[in-house]
Design a protein around this ligand. Structure first.
Ligand SMILES: CSC[C@@H](O)[C@@H](O)C(=O)COP(=O)(O)O
Ligand SMILES: [Zn+2]
Length: 216
């Protein structure tokens, strides 16, 4: 379990995060990306120490309310002793991605195209010459963008280590790829705000859907 630190963030801040994530969740569920309780969303509410509001585990993601988030620390464990609900089983990877990339929001969905793409290209999905690449911060032409694929694991510490093996820190020349496929499972996308994470998720899924369809 994480260090207990609910006094570092107000209840209203957590409630506000819950409201925002419930709205995003309803949107993605409407796309069919969060069926059968699949998927989870988080937003950073404090950076030092790292605290995230993450969706509670096992809920139908199409009908979340502002109360359906749990405060977690950098290891993904609950940071609020007053809240008996378990955080998302995948909160540990959310926290790791937020810490490693500096993202303010991390979104995970079970979009079927991501699963098919991970199966078809287990060494990473290469994309080029598409206007929509600009939506994840890359030029439309003259570059190959690779969305990395890691193997699925139930232990988030293992998945975090696998993330570190494939994540490339952005440079002045090469922008970040703000998305990840977990084979046989789904995808993650993140960004510097909720709207950026949403854009990266929606554009990333569009790119994967295009590739899956055009090569199918
Ligand atoms: C069909 S739900 C599968 C879960 O194990 C998991 O992958 C998931 O995305 C949702 O888990 P949760 O703990 O509700 O956040
Ligand atoms: Zn999942």
């Amino acid at each position: 379990m994480s260090i207990i630190a609910p006094e570092l963030v107000s209840r209203e801040r957590v409630r506000e995060a819950g409201r925002a994530l419930a709205a995003e969740s309803a949107r993605f569920a409407g796309y069919g990306w969060m069926r059968g309780t699949g998927g989870n969303l988080s937003v950073v509410v404090e950076r030092h120490p790292l605290l995230l509001a993450v969706t509670a585990s096992g809920l139908d993601k199409s009908e979340l309310t502002e109360r359906d988030v749990v405060l977690v620390g950098e290891d993904g464990g609950s940071a609020d002793p007053g809240d008996p609900r378990p955080p998302s089983a995948e909160a540990g990877l959310h926290a790791h991605i937020a810490a490693r990339t500096g993202a303010e929001a991390v979104f995970h969905v079970h979009a079927i195209d991501a699963v098919i793409a991970g199966h078809r290209w287990p060494d990473g999905v290469e994309i080029r010459d598409l206007e929509m690449l600009k939506g994840i911060g890359h030029p439309a032409h003259d570059a190959v963008v690779r969305i990395p694929v890691i193997q699925n694991h139930q232990d988030m510490a293992v998945e975090a280590a696998r993330f570190d093996e494939v994540y490339r820190t952005p440079t002045d020349e090469v922008p970040e790829v703000p998305a990840l496929i977990v084979a046989g499972h789904g995808m993650y996308a993140w960004g510097g705000s909720i709207s950026a994470a949403r854009r990266h998720l929606e554009v990333g899924e569009w790119l994967l859907r295009y590739l899956v369809d055009v090569t199918g």
